[in-house]
Ligand binder design. Structure first.
Ligand code: ADP
Ligand code: MG
Length: 589
């Protein structure tokens, strides 16, 4: 599908057009705080009732592992760009072995009949078992010893009813298979295994966020939040059962303690009353497979950032009365819906970030504000980032292109060589990845595209910080900074050590510094807050985590932010599914 842009830039100077886009995509700390408050409200609405936008799905996982778990399991991961089948061996010493095979899921499978999709999943497991015969005996299921136990990581909204069953609520991330919604996903899969007479039993169902949380806890010894920033975005955290009223009379509720809750935060503010929507976001949403759903996700995740960027670039290519980008030319990549992958943005920013070697006689005075201003860049200060925005190399701050400098031979000649070198590298990436002819891309285009990528990704990372901050606040591990706006942190001496409250709750006890139930690690007086993350965006997008932390600091202050330990939940979906399968077997599946 091709699309045209329809933003009117008449009666505006090119600089004003850029300024306006910059303004629309820039988030102030006060907005981040406001969003966090709205986020907290939705969290609690979702914990109270079924059927809310932010589904707050109880996972029936009632504690986090500590690394001592042992067993061998199959795991199947469906939820995004690839389908993975793995065999996971938990060694019981925080380490694991994993063998895996990836399989493509075609658009036809994603949008066809559910039984065809699930038959394909079963076929993939079958193919995996043929090419990877079990090396170590899998953990036995008590009543059916020769059947292999499998944990399913299914990363779509599901209303879980037990560790091993759950109803599909809706599809996201480009899936829309028919006759799936309202059905038990474990049954759909098991029926497919049974149709093929396979000796495999799906014993546990886990969301990838829950998997990230469990696997990070297994390998690091403590974790309270698992978060995904990949094709989509979502998070799961450890909540007090007493704070999940909708469990009502469920057996789990009467037992008390803690439970992992899958927030489905991608659906935060679906009504878009608070999210900073621009015309570009509206264009994306309107032409998406799920308009008006997954609003938060559409600002943040890998599936969408490239598309938002593409809409902005198209508007500049089509700008009237005169094109502002690529001489008005559009390639297939920028013209096709979803044509611009988020990884292109990463590459553009990496090209910009790379150190460029220049003649040392001019290099000496190239580190400072003066040079930033030289190309008309406007370094922005952000609370907690004092001084950091003065850095040139690795500088992560917005560079608003100055049209006058970039559009005249004299202006271009006045650019310092280092900046020119960086722009030239970006220009080459654009020629390669956007498939332009070399002569169609100028340094000005490079500056504009780099700035666009940066604005879109920076907004995504700041909004990601809102989600993490909300979980810290919800679990009493942080408080809003004093006035929520000026970036001042509450001095640590006066800050209420709210985290201690969590530790003492329900008489839980710390073992070797690790609280086995709440998943926090004590390190002297400081309580570390473990966060396990997964997804290509946070792994590969330059400075995504740094910007997310910047957002956290502006919402909850640097004390809380500095206690957050973000670590990769390596192979989270596989290891998480295995850990869940283990728990299912222990519960006498
Ligand atoms: P999934 O979420 O499907 O399990 P990933 O975590 O790999 O898979 O995320 C895939 C998404 O990440 C895609 O939307 C893709 O555009 C994006 N992506 C892939 N590589 C990069 C990269 N280098 N930088 C930023 N985003 C990337
Ligand atoms: Mg994934």
């Amino acid at each position: 599908m091709t699309s045209t842009s329809s933003y009117s830039y008449l009666h505006k100077s090119p600089q004003d057009v850029l300024n306006d886009i910059d303004f629309q995509l820039t988030l102030e700390p006060a907005l981040l705080t406001k969003l966090t408050k709205a986020f907290l409200e939705e969290i609690n609405v979702g914990l109270g009732r079924y059927g809310e936008d932010m589904a707050m799905v109880p996972s029936f996982v009632t504690g986090v592992p500590d690394g001592s778990e042992i067993g061998t399991f199959l795991a199947l991961d469906l939820g995004g760009t690839n389908l993975r089948v793995c065999e996971v061996v938990l060694n019981g010493d925080k380490t694991f072995r994993l063998r895996q095979q990836k399989y493509k899921v075609s658009d036809q499978l994603k949008t066809g009949e559910a039984t065809v999709l699930f038959d394909y999943l079963a076929d993939s497991v079958d193919a995996f078992l043929t090419t990877h015969p079990p090396e170590s005996p899998t953990s036995p299921i008590s009543d059916v010893p020769d059947v292999l136990p499998l944990g399913l990581t299914f990363s779509f909204p599901v209303e879980q009813t037990a560790l091993g069953s759950g109803t599909i609520l809706t599809w996201t991330k480009g899936f829309s298979a028919k006759n799936a919604i309202g059905n038990d996903v474990v049954k759909l899969l098991q029926d497919a295994f049974d149709r093929k007479h396979m000796h495999v039993k799906c014993v546990a169902l886990v969301n990838d966020t829950v998997g990230a949380l469990l696997s990070r806890a297994y390998t690091s010894g403590g974790c309270m939040l698992g978060a995904i920033f990949g094709t989509g975005t979502n998070g799961a955290y450890l909540e007090e059962v007493a704070k999940i009223p909708k469990l009502a009379n469920n057996l789990a509720a009467t037992k008390g303690g803690y439970m992992v809750v899958n927030t489905e935060w991608g659906a935060f503010n679906n009504k878009r009353t608070h999210l900073p929507s621009t015309p570009f976001d509206s264009a994306l949403d309107r032409t998406s497979i799920n308009p008006r759903f997954q609003a938060f996700e559409k600002f943040i995740s890998g599936m969408y950032l490239g598309e938002i960027t593409r809409h902005i670039l198209l508007s500049l290519i089509d700008a009237a009365p005169r094109p502002m980008l690529f001489g008005g030319k559009a390639t297939k990549v920028v013209n096709d819906q979803w044509g611009l992958d988020t990884s292109v943005m990463s590459e553009v920013e990496e090209a910009w970030e790379m150190r460029v070697t220049v003649d040392t006689t001019v290099a000496e005075d190239l580190n400072g504000v003066a040079n930033i201003n030289e190309i008309g860049a406007e370094p922005r200060s952000f609370p907690g980032e004092i001084g950091e925005n003065l850095l040139w190399d690795g500088d992560d701050h917005d560079i608003l292109p100055r049209w006058d400098i970039l559009s005249t031979p004299e202006g271009l000649a006045s650019l310092n060589p280092k900046v020119k070198g960086k722009l030239e590298k970006v220009r080459k990436v654009l020629v390669n990845r956007l498939e332009y002819a070399d002569e169609d891309v100028e340094l000005r285009d490079a500056a504009i595209v780099r700035w666009t990528c940066h604005l879109v990704a920076r907004r995504a990372a700041l909004l990601s910080g809102v989600a993490v901050a909300a979980i810290l606040l919800q679990t009493g591990r942080a408080t809003f900074i004093q006035d929520g706006q000026n970036g001042q942190t509450v001095p640590s001496t006066t800050e209420e050590p709210t985290s201690k409250k969590v530790n003492g709750a329900n008489g839980t006890h710390a073992v070797n510094g690790l609280n086995k139930v709440t998943g926090t690690i004590k390190d002297g007086l400081e309580e570390k807050i473990g966060v396990g993350v997964d997804g290509s965006l946070i792994q590969f997008y330059p400075h995504f985590e740094r910007t997310m932390r910047e957002s956290l600091r502006s919402i909850v202050g640097s004390d809380a932010e500095s206690r957050v330990e973000i670590g990769l939940a390596k192979d989270g979906s596989g290891v998480g599914a295995a850990l869940c399968a283990l728990q299912a077997l222990k519960q006498g599946f």
